[in-house]
Design a protein around this ligand. Structure first.
Ligand code: NAD
Ligand code: GLY
Length: 375
């Protein structure tokens, strides 16, 4: 282990695995697979951007460890997260005669992890797979917890399976090539962990946001490690999202609605989650679950990260209608994660009339302050 390497265990009985976080771990992919006892072929699923940046290091590591490694390249971007993308992977695996002893490596952001994980879940009734996430969203969220899948024209992530990885290898150095907008979008998920589970971590983020924005190694590794610890403990308690895991959707009820209203083009996922968290906290205050101080502290941190906070140019009826299409709607009721204080949340059904009253009050307040949209 390098001085800065940390390890988080996800304890799920026979599906347990480690999340290793440390600078330089990309060159450890081959030895790590050996350490897990894999002896068959290795398929590395990636996209052209990540392949160019990190493909050589990963392939070198695998080949030095004696593996016959095949790169499987799908197009970059959310549009590749579809059944056609899965088919491309399955087709390459079948043509190259991959079999049960083979393993897949997902090298890329959340799109690659979700796609490769789903292909691994269904090829030959299940191949093992290893996550090597290269975006902040993937390093703190999507690579951990076993949700895999693709989008359907009628819904994001509508087709999928739970399939836990056998290992997650996080090399924070990959974040240095990430476009600034993607890096900042990932910070929304990091802030989310502080809000839902750990007030001390939230305070740490308040103190170190500038260092994080400068990508300082120590704070970055600490932020990724604590985020993964929180996600791991939630997943250990409720792997299949029957109850507690729903707290990970904080900011997503409004966030997903905004993403859908923007045609998944206007806002990055993390930006939508940032606005969602700010608005859901304010709704929580309106409903009497938390104080204005909670709303203000979160809003200040989200803004300092450079994330958006405003619900601009959205009407209540569009927002409410989009919220009804969320996958987390249960028996026709919209459930929302609402902060009680920094580090603690509750989950409650939303009444249309109460949300409309909140929305109208916010809109009126903002209109009297003199600009369009709702803050
Ligand atoms: P992404 O995978 O699309 O990556 C963003 C962009 O960054 C891509 O264009 C990619 O090519 C590029 N990129 C990746 N790594 C890079 C690097 N190191 N340097 C330069 N460019 C790099 O987006 P994302 O934000 O990582 O993931 C979003 C996806 O993750 C969504 O589909 C979302 O639904 C999914 N997700 C899944 C879970 C889960 O639990 N499974 C959780 C959160 C999000
Ligand atoms: N990203 C939410 C979850 O993994 O449950």
């Amino acid at each position: 282990m390098s001085t800065h390497e940390t390890c988080v265990k996800v304890s799920l009985a026979e599906r347990s695995y480690d999340i290793r976080i440390g600078t330089g771990l990309l060159s450890e992919v081959g030895p790590s697979l050996r350490g897990l006892g894999f002896s068959g072929r290795v398929g590395v699923v990636t996209n052209p951007v990540v392949r160019r940046l990190y493909g050589p290091a990963v392939m070198r590591s695998l080949r030095s460890a004696g593996y016959d490694a095949l790169a499987i390249v799908v197009p970059a971007g959310e549009r590749a997260k579809c059944l056609r993308g899965v088919w491309t992977i399955l087709d390459e695996l079948a043509t190259a005669r991959f079999e049960r002893g083979s393993v897949l490596v997902a090298l890329g952001g959340g799109v690659i992890g979700d796609l490769a994980g789903f292909a691994a879940a269904i090829f030959a009734r299940g191949l093992p797979f290893v996550q090597v996430p290269t975006t902040l969203v993937a390093q703190v969220d999507s690579s951990v917890g076993g949700k895999t899948g693709v989008n359907h024209p009628l819904g994001k992530n509508l087709i999928g399976a739970f399939h836990q990885p056998r290992l997650v290898l996080v090399d924070p150095r990959t974040l240095t090539t990430l476009p600034a907008r993607e890096w900042v979008a990932g910070l929304a998920e990091v802030i989310k962990y502080g809000m839902i589970a750990d007030d001390a971590f939230f305070a740490y983020l308040e103190q170190h946001m500038r260092a994080l924005l400068r990508l300082e190694e120590g704070p970055v590794i600490r932020a990724i490690t604590r985020s993964c610890q929180i996600k791991a403990s939630v997943v250990e308690e409720d792997e299949r999202e029957s109850d507690r895991r729903r707290i990970l959707n904080y900011g997503h009820t409004v966030g997903h609605a905004l993403e859908a209203l923007g045609g998944y083009r206007r806002l990055a996922h993390g930006e939508a989650v940032a606005i969602g968290m700010v608005q859901e906290a304010d709704l929580s205050r309106h409903l009497g679950h938390c104080s204005g101080e909670v709303v203000a502290r979160q809003r200040a941190l989200v803004s300092e990260a450079g994330l958006p906070v405003c619900l601009s140019r959205v009407t209540f009826s569009d927002l409410w209608a989009a919220m009804q299409h969320d996958k987390k709607v249960t028996q026709g009721r919209v459930y929302c994660v609402l902060p009680e204080r920094i580090g603690a949340v509750t989950i409650a059904p939303l009444e249309r009339s109460a949300v409309k009253q909140w929305f109208d009050q916010r809109h009126r307040k903002h209109a009297t302050e003199g600009s369009g949209g709702v803050t």
